[in-house]
Write a new protein. Structure first.
Length: 421
């Protein structure tokens, strides 16, 4: 059993390399709602609680994994974009050919809420089957009031019916929508005004999101626009996140730290000043190595420099149809070791304790410890480090959420899109 027991907060520096590994151990789940009540030697807990129902687990038991950055509500995958990139097309050329984020926007606007719910439910089943018991899900493929609310309502409906814990994030500032592009700077300003004055207030009033996120990147939203949107969101009670410095440095990490954002995500283009700012703040550095790998980029986020400076690092899938079509946090952990230079223990903490911190949930998620939510993952392996070692193979054998075993799909589920016939 890898408990990850320790401080219920973001782990930094040497702390992130420390995990507790126990053998012949038991975890007692009790209460209503069920929580972890005790962790200790199996013989001791069996003696103290002789009437408890016993379920034997082989392999290695981990806390439920926390995927703190996904875009799981979408329609079709962007397969053409994948091939265009392979043949050397730039981001701008792909967008000019009708691809990119705006392709997903057109696609999602044409789909109904019920269909999006069916599609997303299948994807959540796949995430769960790979050990993710808590999943953040963003909007951002609607880019207008009705379609952003549609995405967030899908997340809300699934949060009520699915076994995973879902955390909704409003990402209306994912891109400038096509209908605002013709006006140039005036069009951009008009969309920012609409986000701040119309859409964010509705999202907050209807309780559809916990966080507001902005894609702060050259060519998307600049730091001034990002600041305005996030301050408006904070004024309506939403917590803050940033897509920051993904491909180029733009001061996004510094802005995230300044505004007290819960996390700054991506960070492949972060500056030294950005690293220092995150290290001096409580903002979690969420790194997404599958994205850069899928995009064919040689540069990854500087995980070791962030850790050595004192920042806390989390990992996430960035599951989305264009730049990271993966539902596997174990795969991302493997990339964290091979591509980012993390230790195995650092990768485990990055998808448990620190990923929970990136959602403001470190007080009761991400550890096998008394008082914590009883979310657990069992993996078929002899050495706990194998969870961040095997590539393109799923070693998850069982998942529990809230102390109850989850049925896992017997075969791969479709992650694509529903075709009407």
């Amino acid at each position: 059993m890898v408990t990850c027991r320790g401080p219920a907060r973001l782990r930094r520096g040497p702390e992130q390399a420390e995990v507790e590994v126990l053998r012949d151990t038991a975890v007692l789940i009790d209460g209503s709602p069920p929580r972890i009540a005790a962790v200790g030697p199996y013989a001791d807990l069996a003696r103290r609680f002789p009437r408890a129902t016993v379920e034997e687990v082989s392999g290695v038991l981990f806390p439920g994994f926390v995927d703190c950055h996904t875009h799981a509500v979408f329609g079709a995958p962007r397969i053409d974009d994948h091939e265009r990139r392979a043949l050397g097309a730039s981001y701008q050329a792909i967008a000019a050919a009708g691809g990119g984020i705006l392709q997903s926007v057109r696609d999602l606007r044409g789909r109904g809420e019920d269909e999006l719910e069916r599609l997303t439910r299948a994807r959540l089943a796949a995430l769960l089957a790979h050990g993710s018991t808590t999943v953040e899900v963003k909007s951002g493929y609607g880019l207008d009031r009705d379609n952003e609310l549609k995405q967030l309502r899908v997340i809300q409906r699934l949060a009520r019916s699915e076994r995973l814990t879902l955390v909704p994030t409003f990402l209306g500032a994912h891109e400038v929508p096509p209908e605002y592009r013709e006006g140039g700077a005036k069009g951009r300003a008009a969309y920012v005004e609409r986000l701040c004055g119309e859409i964010i207030p509705v999202v907050a009033k209807e309780g559809l999101a916990r966080f507001c996120d902005v894609f702060c990147e050259p060519g998307v939203f600049d730091p001034a626009e990002t600041r305005r949107i996030l301050l408006a969101a904070r004024g309506h009670g939403l917590l803050l996140k940033l897509h920051a410095d993904e491909l180029e440095g733009s001061g996004g990490a510094e802005l995230a730290a300044e505004l007290g954002a819960v996390s700054a995500d991506h960070l492949a283009g972060i500056s030294e000043a950005g690293i220092r700012a995150l290290a001096a703040s409580d903002t979690v550095a969420v790194l997404l190595p599958a994205t850069m790998s899928f995009l064919g980029k040689a540069r990854q986020a500087p995980a070791r420099r962030l850790l050595d400076a004192g920042a806390g690092v989390a990992l996430a899938t960035d599951f989305n149809p264009g730049s990271s079509p993966t539902v596997s946090l174990p795969f991302v952990m493997s990339l964290g070791v091979s591509q980012l230079g993390l230790r195995h223990a650092e990768a485990v903490i990055a998808v448990t304790v620190n990923a929970a911190a990136a959602l403001g949930m470190a007080s009761d998620h991400g550890q096998i410890a008394p008082g914590f939510v009883a979310d657990l993952v069992s993996c078929a392996m002899d050495d706990w480090r194998e969870v961040a070692y095997w590539v393109a193979t799923n070693r998850v054998t069982a998942v529990w959420t809230g102390g109850l075993a989850c049925p896992l799909p017997p075969a791969p589920v479709s992650l694509g899109f529903h075709v009407e016939t």
